[in-house]
Design a protein around this ligand. Structure first.
Ligand SMILES: [Zn+2]
Length: 301
């Protein structure tokens, strides 16, 4: 029986056939339509049919970038413009499968990290994904913790800057406003507006002022970019230290686009976080290992 994983992201919907060893053996993707559930789930049903190619489907897993109700519906996914959508019912009606699973995307990534990635064998751990937003999940007693009321954990919306920048969730000063790729993009745009350093030069030459450009310029040793990156790392270290003080995790895994900076991001965090922690030390800080496919793989677990 086939396992199909569908990962609905803010920009793309990734789909794949996942084998028994959690490898993706066949994949497809489509652009995520905004605020149009008919188009979204119609597209997903088509991809599922193509991937299955006539074979019976055992499990189809769907991840959504937002909160999920206990009966498998989207409670709220503002970044794809959907609220109160009965995802599980729609999938059951459009795709023939023995089992339909609907999960929050960060929880699915946590399941993938537990099964094959950097949290394998970990009892208490944290996964923090640094992408367009900041997501994440908490591993307690060796399993993803889904929240006391089963709404998941919104690590990115813990507040670290009272009265700070307005967050997409409507509140101010959430971790997401300072630690996402979007936050790095905002800093890069400041460099462009002020005409400072390599970021401004490269943007003037046609490069996009985004997180990657800021990190590349900081890596190249540009002073202003390095200062902005340090500011970002400080905020992220504050956020991680706060979680360490509450959960004392054995492993803190960082995923999402920003984590692609690798040791350039991890090394300063390993230096800064312990000093900000109550304990004066913390568990290991590592890069998440399941990578871009974590959502697709984790959705079927
Ligand atoms: Zn928020």
């Amino acid at each position: 029986m086939l396992s199909l994983g569908i990962d609905i992201g803010g920009t793309a919907v990734k789909a794949g056939v996942v084998d028994d060893e959690y490898r993706i053996v066949k994949k497809m993707s489509m652009k995520t339509p905004f605020g149009d559930s008919e188009k979204l789930f119609g597209g997903i049903a088509k991809m599922a049919a193509k991937l299955a190619d006539g074979e019976p489907i055992g499990t189809i897993g769907v991840t959504v970038p937002g909160s999920v109700s206990s009966d498998g519906g989207i409670l709220d996914a503002w970044n794809i413009g959907l609220r109160n959508i009965p995802v599980k019912r729609i999938i059951e009606a459009s795709v023939k499968a023995d089992r339909v699973v609907v999960k929050n995307d960060a929880d699915a990534a946590g399941d993938a990290e537990l099964a094959i990635g950097s949290l394998k064998g970990v009892n208490t751990g944290l996964l923090i994904t640094l992408g367009t937003g900041v997501g994440g999940c908490l591993i307690l007693n060796g399993a993803v913790f889904h929240g006391g009321l089963n709404r998941g954990t919104e690590l990115g919306h813990a507040m670290i800057d009272r009265g700070g920048i307005k967050c997409g969730c409507g509140h101010h000063g959430c971790i997401e406003t300072l630690c996402s790729a979007t936050a790095l993009k905002r800093l890069a745009e400041i460099a462009v507006d002020e005409g400072r350093g390599m970021i401004a030069q490269k943007a003037a030459a046609g490069e996009k002022a985004d997180a990657k450009l800021l990190i590349d310029c900081a890596k190249a040793g540009d002073k202003f970019a390095s200062r902005l990156f340090e500011e970002y790392v400080d905020s992220l270290a504050d956020a991680i230290a706060s979680f360490v003080n509450v959960f004392d995790p054995e492993v803190i895994a960082l995923g999402g686009g920003v984590s692609e900076a690798g040791d350039f991001l991890l090394d300063p965090l390993r230096r800064k976080v312990p000093g900000k922690c109550f304990f004066g030390s913390c568990g290991s800080i590592v890069k998440a290992a399941a990578g871009n496919d974590a959502g697709v793989i984790g959705s079927v677990i």
